[in-house]
Design a protein around this ligand. Structure first.
Ligand code: HEM
Length: 182
């Protein structure tokens, strides 16, 4: 009797693994099981924090810009390009502390983008950078980057030259360009 049962189980497995159709079905079952388990694992990951509220428009000195390097309490990330400051918080994977372009966080990225350099020595200046030594091709490249940033990120204000006074922005100016919030 016990031998009969063992023989039955043996035959079952022989039948299972020798028939090509069964092997395909087993493969499909295995794949589905894998998808279910891996999706469950994803569900266990806590949801991403809600996006930060839109920043009220204001102008920034270089020093003020540096506060927004993503290491602050709310993790907000700003980057200046061609005198314009953009909120790149949604691009944290690029500009966050571990991102490939993290050196631009809270800084004027214009020189780095124009010269295609990610080396802090050459890409970023500690003092205000008037970019006057760049050639026309490099300046064109900065303007292209500026357009790209304008399309993707919220413009939050201007980068002030030394001695320049910040502008007062009206509430209606803050209301513009809400489309990127969607
Ligand atoms: C040869 C090396 C490089 C490779 C392979 C590379 C690759 C990429 C890729 C694939 C993206 C698009 C990512 C996406 O949209 O998902 C990207 C975006 C970008 N790259 Fe690079 N890159 C390189 C060098 C550089 C350099 C040298 C700079 C600056 C000096 C730079 C600045 C940027 C910026 C600013 C973005 C846009 C990020 C955003 O959308 O906010 N990259 N890069």
């Amino acid at each position: 009797m016990a031998d009969d049962q063992t023989g039955g189980v043996h035959d079952f497995f022989v039948e299972l693994f020798t028939s090509p159709l069964n092997c395909v079905l087993l493969g499909i079952c295995g794949f589905l099981l894998y998808k279910i388990i891996s999706n469950r694992r994803k569900d266990a990951v806590p949801p991403a924090p809600p996006p930060l509220p839109r920043m009220k428009k204001r102008d920034f000195t270089l020093e003020q810009l540096r506060e927004f390097d993503g290491k602050g309490r709310d993790g907000r990330l700003l980057v200046a390009v061609n005198g314009k400051v953009f909120d790149v918080t949604r691009g944290k994977r690029f500009y966050g502390p571990d991102g490939p372009y993290g050196l631009f966080a809270g800084r004027d990225a214009s020189r780095g983008l124009a010269t295609f350099s990610l080396d802090t020595e050459n890409a970023i200046r500690d003092e205000y950078d008037d970019l006057s030594d760049l050639n026309s091709m490099q300046m064109d490249s900065i303007r292209e980057w500026e357009m790209q940033f304008t399309e993707k990120y919220d413009y939050v204000g201007r980068l002030l030259k030394p001695g320049e006074t910040p502008r007062e922005y009206s509430d209606t100016e803050d209301e513009t360009d809400k489309s990127k919030d969607a």
